[in-house]
Design a protein around this ligand. Structure first.
Ligand SMILES: [Zn+2]
Ligand SMILES: [Zn+2]
Length: 115
């Protein structure tokens, strides 16, 4: 069922809505097996129904050639603060990591760091 109130951030298409997490989970399995796409159900605070959002690696980022993490690896840079925040949220939900968003001092976007 398509939502009348909620639309995708990228394509502006109505989101599919589910009455319960159980229904959403079913579709997650289906989409995973059919399209090899990883999705996560979330309870929408706008409409109260459940939608699916891409699980990971769907927050666009690029390597920042100027910044390095503690291990000397290049850091991922996110194009917007919002994207970086989404990524931080995903990592928090999936791995329990607490990350903070900060602006790259070389102007390459936004980074995450342990808080
Ligand atoms: Zn919604
Ligand atoms: Zn940087």
């Amino acid at each position: 069922m398509k939502s009348e109130t909620c639309f995708g951030k990228v394509n502006q298409q109505p989101l599919t809505q589910y009455d319960s997490e159980f229904e959403a989970d079913n579709d997650v399995e289906f989409i995973k097996s059919q399209y090899n796409k990883e999705l996560t159900p979330y309870n929408c605070n706008r409409c109260g129904f459940w939608h699916l959002s891409p699980t990971n690696r769907q927050t666009p980022s690029k390597e920042c050639m100027s910044c390095f993490d503690g291990n000397g690896n290049t850091k991922q840079a996110y194009g917007s603060k919002l994207t970086a925040k989404q990524r931080a949220k995903i990592l928090h939900e999936e791995q329990g990591k607490k990350l903070r968003v900060y602006q790259c001092k070389f102007g390459n976007g936004w980074h995450l760091t342990k808080s």
